[in-house]
Design a binder for this molecule. Structure first.
Ligand code: SAH
Ligand code: SF4
Ligand code: F3S
Length: 461
């Protein structure tokens, strides 16, 4: 661990003790996470720091310290934060020693931070995505009597390795392989808030995976905004396909997933590695965004409708049984009925197992925000049509594997039915079957007997 981290965490430990004395008990902390897997992984680091520093684990926003790890990818993510802040403000009036910390992508936006400083002055600590490792120092400063400890950096200083981490579950873990994004899709704010793409060195990644495996982790999710361009800018020549192969070879690791794949960089090599390696899960999330080549060009996505269709076909041929999921944006500026029909056409041809559908949300500072917008009622009508189609096809596709015996990783007991557990298949579909807590974290073979909506009912064999 870099020396400055040890030092800062020790300082935070001392301040946490003082805080405990003021409260008359061990302070509780709670981390709220908005946004994507990247934020979820960062939150595990925030939890790691807090528990290491002497906070105990709170269960909700009533905790003494609340940290909100924000997202800003669409406007409704921002609105959600302000909703929470209103609520937290009234809680803080009842409990004046309560502490509120905001971090994550939205804090990289100067206007939002200004708004918080002005209108939400009860917020105690603010930091951004590039200085997460400064959290102990900043919180310690606030606890030592500082007011409004706000520190956001425009760009990263270094990739800091080895922060303490508290995993959400003991048997699976995300592992960052790259940070930031260089693609500048014209609608997207991520490259502005997360900065330029930086790949972690393969040795660091493999070392982390080995450590996790030693710690009982059996499933790894490799994380990056565009995992397929992994390796760019590194001294050693390495592609994502090569990295994936190496991760699979680590003893103890039984399943490997990854997020997110950009279609423009998905290599034939990657399809080959997935096909040849049973440990790589049979699920690929491949954001389409639009089925119209004209719109894709305006989105700066660097592929056409035909190229996407061809890629999807090659993936399905190369990896039989794979489940394809996607993201689609409705109402990108200038989208006509014909463009939208092209999107529906791709959905019909590819037959996604599921799709996240989003209404286009203008983000300040992105090129698309200043283009001519599609009227809201037109977007709403298209959105409903798309959702209908996506759900109809998803329902038709689900149940493909009825009758098969497939391995499932047991993730928990079924809250609805006592005596039943819930497992995840390699293709990310859930199966419920009789079993108890002792199975959690284990991979077991399950006979898929019937399908109910989007999940299976099965029996362990
Ligand atoms: N790096 C990932 C996804 C990041 S954001 C990728 O390229 O796939 C997740 C999804 O949010 C995107 O795939 C896109 O569908 C959606 N999204 C991003 N910006 C958006 C915006 N301004 N309006 C609506 N949806 C958006
Ligand atoms: Fe955003 Fe595009 Fe980068 Fe994904 S690839 S994070 S959509 S800019
Ligand atoms: Fe949101 Fe940041 Fe992820 S904006 S989607 S949390 S990278």
């Amino acid at each position: 661990m870099p020396e400055h981290n040890i030092f800062e965490i020790e300082r935070l430990r001392r301040e946490t003790e003082n805080y405990a004395a003021r409260l008359g008990r061990t302070p509780t902390a709670y981390v709220v996470t908005f946004g994507c897997q990247m934020n979820a992984r960062d939150s595990e680091k925030l939890w790691g720091i807090l528990l290491d520093a002497g906070f105990s684990e709170g269960t909700d926003e009533k905790a003494d310290l609340v940290v909100i790890n924000t997202c800003t990818v669409r406007e409704n993510a921002n609105e959600r934060l302000y909703g929470h802040l209103g609520h937290l403000n009234s809680m803080k009036r009842e409990h004046p020693l309560k502490l509120i910390t905001l971090c994550g992508c939205m804090m990289q936006e100067k206007d939002e931070v200004e708004r918080i400083r002005r209108t939400y002055s009860f917020v105690d600590v603010v930091f951004g995505v590039h200085n997460l490792y400064r959290f102990p120092a900043l919180l310690a400063e606030r606890l030592a009597g500082g007011k409004h400890v706000f520190e956001v950096w425009d760009k990263p200083e270094a990739i800091v390795e080895d922060l303490p981490v508290k995993r959400e579950v003991p048997y699976k873990s995300g592992v960052n392989i790259s940070y930031g994004c260089d693609n500048f899709c014209s609608y997207c704010i991520v490259p502005y808030v997360r900065g330029r793409e930086r790949s972690r060195r393969p040795e660091e990644i493999l070392c982390e995976v080995e450590r996790l495996a030693g710690d009982g982790v059996i499933e790894i999710m490799l994380l990056g905004q565009n995992v397929n361009s992994y390796g760019k800018g590194l001294e050693e020549k390495i592609t994502f396909a090569e990295l994936l192969e190496k991760v699979c070879q680590i003893p103890g690791i039984e399943r490997v997933r990854f997020m997110t794949s950009h279609p423009k960089d998905l290599s034939p090599d990657l399809i080959r590695v997935i096909g040849a390696n049973e440990k790589v899960c049979r699920h690929l999330h491949l954001p389409l965004q639009s089925g119209s080549s004209r719109i894709l060009k305006k989105m700066n996505r660097h592929y056409t409708k035909e190229e996407y269709l061809d890629l999807a076909k090659r993936i399905k041929e190369g990896v039989p049984g794979i489940s394809l999921t996607t993201d689609i944006i409705v109402g990108f500026p200038g989208e006509t009925e014909e463009d939208f029909e092209e999107t529906l056409d791709v959905v019909r041809q590819v037959r996604f197992d599921s799709a996240f559908t989003f209404i286009y949300s203008p983000r300040t500072g992105t090129p698309a925000a200043t283009m001519e917008q599609v009227p809201a009622d037109v977007i709403r009508e298209r959105f409903a049509r798309l959702l209908d189609l996506v759900q109809k096809i998803g329902a038709e596709e689900s149940g493909r594997d009825v009758g098969k015996i497939l391995p499932a990783l047991v993730e928990g007991t079924d809250p609805q039915v006592p005596g039943r557990v819930t497992g995840r298949l390699s293709n990310n579909v859930m199966v419920h079957f009789p079993g108890d807590e002792s199975l959690i974290g284990r991979i077991v073979n399950v006979h898929l007997k019937e399908v109910h909506g989007f999940y299976y009912i099965g029996e362990r064999v």
